[in-house]
Design a protein around this ligand. Structure first.
Ligand code: 5GP
Ligand code: MG
Length: 233
């Protein structure tokens, strides 16, 4: 039974996978796709990348990073907060000594299209002379990564590279390219595995496509489910 479930989970990924340049898996949208857990079906239209495929790809990225940063002074700088799940999985497969820091960048909240960017958290570590790897959730128009690169470059690192879990090529406006890419995906709004819509859905174990109707109506943004405070003591 378990094996059958696993086959169903992986089968749609086989259908939607091809390999683009640099061997980055390119994920296609399929008209129909099953197996969104019932509790998420009203909000998530389809699972684009199931958790097993994420796990395998993140391990492969970690192996690549491990090879490239032998004998380096690695500082990973994660862009908050969409990287949280990806980062946690990635670093646990890297056995090199490394330092970790975070930078906060925000465009207007609850939007699915980018607005003006503001830095909400600066680095705590001194990265001068170190090998910095920026980790971000998704490279879309490229504005975020371009701004972060610019800012970190000024701090005088020895080297500066970028690693993103997802990349959408369709809406690029900055000529920025990531050095490590998990998956190339089509121009759809995705949530899960750290990615949010109005601060929701970050905890989904897969990357899924948010339903268009929800985006159009702004439903999740306008009416987040009330949080019941837990009784303690
Ligand atoms: P860019 O500046 O490259 O246009 O966008 C990068 C940021 O926009 C990402 O770090 C992410 O926060 C947000 N973003 C872009 N596309 C998506 C998406 O499909 N889903 C989610 N949840 N965020 C996205
Ligand atoms: Mg982000």
């Amino acid at each position: 039974m378990r094996r059958l479930e696993r086959t169903f989970e992986l089968w749609p990924t086989c259908l939607r996978l091809s390999f683009g340049m640099n061997n980055v898996p390119a994920i296609k949208l399929l008209p129909r796709s099953g197996s969104v857990p019932r509790i998420w079906r009203r909000e998530v239209a389809q699972i684009l990348i199931p958790k097993d495929a994420l796990a395998r790809r993140v391990r492969a990225l970690a192996r690549q990073i491990q090879r490239d940063y032998q004998d380096r002074d690695l500082v990973m700088v994660a862009v908050m907060s969409g990287t949280l799940v990806f980062l946690a999985d990635l670093i646990r497969h890297v056995t090199l000594p490394l330092r970790l820091d975070f930078i906060g960048v925000s465009s207007y909240k609850t939007r699915t299209r980018p607005g003006p960017l503001v830095f909400t958290k600066e680095l705590g570590l001194d990265v001068r002379g170190r090998d910095v790897l920026i980790v971000d959730d998704i490279l879309d128009t490229g504005q975020t990564l371009a701004r972060v690169l610019q800012r970190l470059q000024r701090l005088g690192p020895r080297s500066l590279r970028t690693c993103v879990l997802l990349e959408k090529k369709a809406r690029r406006v900055e000529s920025v390219q990531a050095d490590y890419v998990g998956f190339e995906i089509p121009d759809v709004f995705v949530v899960g595995y750290g990615l949010d819509y109005a601060e929701r859905y970050r905890h989904l174990p897969f990357v899924g496509v948010l339903r268009e109707a929800l985006l159009r109506s702004g439903a999740a943004a306008a009416s987040p489910r009330p949080v019941q405070p837990r009784k303690t003591g």
